[in-house]
Design a protein around this ligand. Structure first.
Ligand code: ADP
Length: 580
């Protein structure tokens, strides 16, 4: 408590203790003189001498002062003039609060919070920057890493230096909005330029920090790398382009029949249907959609469009309440298929006719031929003694010719019979078929001292008598085309390859030059005409026809003088064979 001359009238114990001063040294003394003029503080003087007389009080005035006795202190001063007590002199009540410790703590807290902030700023996984109003940036590690710069390289860099030129305007506008107070925070996407020159898409979140007087201090910015998001965005966009790039019509129709989407191809190719997004689809399509949503199943449907034919893949998406339709113009395809069917029928007919013709021709040729042969032979028998040597030779030629013709006709007949007189396929023992062929070839085997051997042979699905014929022709050839002065040896075996049996008929005969491997299977093609090897050139053609009727293949492997191996395939008994 001071009097108006600023002498101390009273002080409390707290005062004495805090400032380490006694009552004696205090009471009656000028406040400035206390404790060796410790209180001679200019700020206090101003307060007591100028502010109090004028306003009668001051509140919460902070004074920092170094006291010789107790050191540096921060005090909060409050004062009030008490003037209206009757008969009493005016007094000044001065309250001094030592807030040194409290302020210190505040300062420490401040420091700690700054440290914490710096730590978070530096170590955030997001790119952070603090940008001054002049554009200079202070950035964290993540920011540097995002752009591929070192912290040093970004020191004193302005944001404009690392922003994509096209995005400087956008960024500046956002900053202006913050500066003008129009926005408190700004959120936008922009491109930065990385150190390697490439572009970095980021999402920017910025706020402006102002001081107490609302003056802008700096911008706090956080970046979110959009590379991945941009990429998946791009993927989504490119996926979305798929239907529009489709050269075929793509449509989407809602359950109520409204057209929701149509691609350009649909508009171009189906103008007569007047398809417009938002409008009802034509009744034909609406019906399809209603049905498809009912059955909830995708299906293919052919729809006529004028003289065209479209195949639509109709895919109802129940959860979304619409149906997708993928169209394809199959007009040409359809017509081609139709033509193909007709051609196939024609071919089938002409094949049948041809077979019929060959059969009838060879069958009906036999009779007159027999007549020629038998009468020529009769001529020889009866007039042998009356004819000269030349005439007899001629008769012999005629008989040989007739016989040869008969063999040809016989072979032709069996060739045409492969197709016309075939039996249905049944499981048959190929071993038994080989046995029968061997019996049929008995004469040739004996005559040539041939040795025909075999491995164990399987059961197959086949026409039994044709299988006999097949073995007979191949083994007959193997015996026939033996090396001169060498008894032929023939070996038959079979190997299973997936669902097929591959049979082989191997001989050690004269062999075949590879260039003839194909040709020998054609009708009338013979490599060794003349006296040595008799034949008509039909045997292998018959083999080929038989094997192909069984949906198999036939081929040969051989070298001249090294023997030959003929291979053919037949189905296993448990495979399904198309009806021949
Ligand atoms: P053909 O036996 O009546 O002459 P093929 O159609 O059976 O008629 O045979 C055609 C030709 O293939 C034969 O003339 C012969 O030159 C050749 N050929 C067939 N089988 C053999 C074989 N095992 N070894 C050598 N050549 C053969």
């Amino acid at each position: 408590m001071l009097d108006t001359d600023l002498r101390v009238l009273y002080a409390n114990r707290n005062f004495y203790e805090t400032f380490q001063i006694t009552a004696r040294e205090t009471i009656g003394n000028l406040v400035y003189d206390l404790g060796n003029h410790q209180w001679n503080i200019p700020a206090l003087r101003t307060l007591l001498e100028e502010i109090i007389p004028e306003r009668n009080l001051f509140n919460g005035y902070q004074v920092k002062h170094e006291f010789p006795s107790i050191g540096k202190r921060i005090m909060l001063l409050n004062a009030r003039r008490i003037a209206n007590l009757p008969q009493k002199q005016a007094m000044i009540l001065l309250a001094i609060e030592d807030v040194t410790d409290e302020r210190k703590k505040n300062e420490e807290n401040q420091q700690e919070s700054e440290d914490r902030f710096k730590y978070i700023f530096d170590n955030s996984v997001l790119g952070n920057s603090i940008t001054r109003i002049n554009g200079e940036m202070q950035v964290n590690k993540a920011f540097c890493e995002l752009l591929g710069f070192s912290a040093k390289e970004l020191q004193n860099t302005k944001w404009q230096d690392i922003t994509h030129p096209d995005d400087i305007g956008v960024t500046q506008n956002e900053i202006n909005d913050l500066l003008s107070g129009e926005k408190e925070t700004a959120h936008f996407t922009k491109r930065y330029l990385k150190k390697d020159g490439s572009i970095l898409w980021v999402e920017v979140h910025t706020s402006l920090r102002r001081n107490e007087e609302e003056k802008p201090l700096y911008l706090m910015t956080t970046l979110v790398d959009l590379t991945e998001r941009k990429q998946s965005q791009k993927e989504i966009e490119s996926l979305a382009r798929f239907p529009s790039e489709n050269p075929n019509p793509v449509l989407r129709i809602a359950l109520d029949g409204t057209l929701l989407y149509i691609n350009q191809a649909g508009i171009n190719l189906l103008p007569r249907w007047h398809l417009k997004v938002g409008k009802a689809a034509p009744p034909k399509l609406r019906k399809v959609v209603t049905q498809s949503m009912k059955v909830e199943k995708s299906r293919l449907l052919n729809l006529k469009y004028g003289e065209w034919l479209y195949s639509f893949f109709i895919s109802p998406i129940m959860a979304a309440g619409y149906t997708n339709l993928y169209g394809r113009d199959i007009t040409e395809h359809f017509q081609a298929e139709k033509k193909l069917k007709i051609a196939f029928k024609d071919l089938e007919r002409s094949n049948k006719e041809l077979e019929q013709f060959a059969y009838v021709a060879s069958h009906d040729l036999q009779e007159p031929l027999r007549m020629v042969a038998s009468y020529t032979q009769l001529l020889e028998k009866r007039y042998k003694n009356k004819l000269d040597g030349d005439a007899l030779d001629f008769i012999n030629y005629a008989v040989a010719g007739a016989n040869r013709m008969q063999r040809l006709i016989n072979d032709l007949l069996s060739y045409s019979r492969v197709g016309t007189r075939g039996e249905p396929f049944k499981p048959v023992s190929s071993l038994a078929a080989l046995g029968q062929a061997r019996i049929n070839l008995n004469a040739a085997i004996m005559e040539n001292h041939a040795l025909v051997t075999n491995d164990d042979l399987p059961e197959v699905l086949a026409d039994g008598s044709q299988l006999v014929q097949l073995f007979q022709n191949l083994i007959g050839n193997a015996i026939k085309f033996h090396k001169p002065d060498e008894a032929p040896r023939v070996h038959v075996s079979a190997k299973k390859v997936s669902k097929n049996w591959v049979f082989s008929v191997h001989d050690d005969g004269i062999g075949i030059e590879p260039q003839y491997f194909e040709r020998i299977f054609t009708i009338f093609q013979r490599l060794n005409p003349g006296e040595d090897y008799q034949g008509t050139g039909i045997g292998l053609s018959i083999c080929k026809k038989i094997v192909e009727r069984h949906a198999g293949k036939i081929w040969v492997e051989s070298q001249p003088d090294q023997g030959s191996t003929f291979y053919f395939t037949l189905k296993n008994t448990d495979s399904k064979v198309k009806k021949p």
